[in-house]
Ligand binder design. Structure first.
Ligand SMILES: [Zn+2]
Length: 141
């Protein structure tokens, strides 16, 4: 069957749950591109992604306000995960934050409301779309 899209093929690889996974910049960019295309409908402006050792977190979305505009400076991903699926889950989590910051928050600021980057309803509304790709959205990471 060739009707599967790139992201479906990617998450169905049988190495997703092999123990220990070391992330690379290259794979992070590839996965970002696929998630942006198939889940976010290319609604995200690709931002810098840094893969490095971290302490106390697996992923971070660094949102700033520059000249009254909410922009993500970068997404940071840690280097080592128990398995590859956790790396994808973490990246998807940070991309939902990027959506909250660059899309929702700019709309909110135009309406005089505060920007938002949280684990509330506007975060979890992405859960079903990600679940279709076996990607689990939780507040962890
Ligand atoms: Zn979060």
């Amino acid at each position: 069957m060739s009707s599967l899209n790139r992201l479906q093929k990617f998450v169905q690889r049988n190495d997703m749950y092999e123990r220990r996974f070391e992330a690379s910049q290259e794979l992070a960019l590839e996965a970002y591109d696929m998630l942006n295309q198939y889940v976010f409908d290319n609604g995200l402006d690709p931002c810098p992604i840094t893969v490095r050792r971290t302490r106390g977190y697996w992923g971070l979305c660094d949102g700033r306000i520059v000249d009254d505009e909410c922009r993500v400076k970068e997404i940071t991903l840690t280097k080592r995960y128990p398995f590859k699926a956790m790396f994808i889950n973490t990246l998807a989590h940070e991309m939902v934050h990027q959506f909250q910051w660059e899309v929702l928050s700019n709309e909110r600021m135009e309406q005089g409301k505060a920007p938002i980057m949280s684990h509330g309803p506007s975060f979890y509304c992405w859960k079903p779309a990600l679940k279709e790709y076996n990607i689990i959205l939780t507040r962890e990471y």
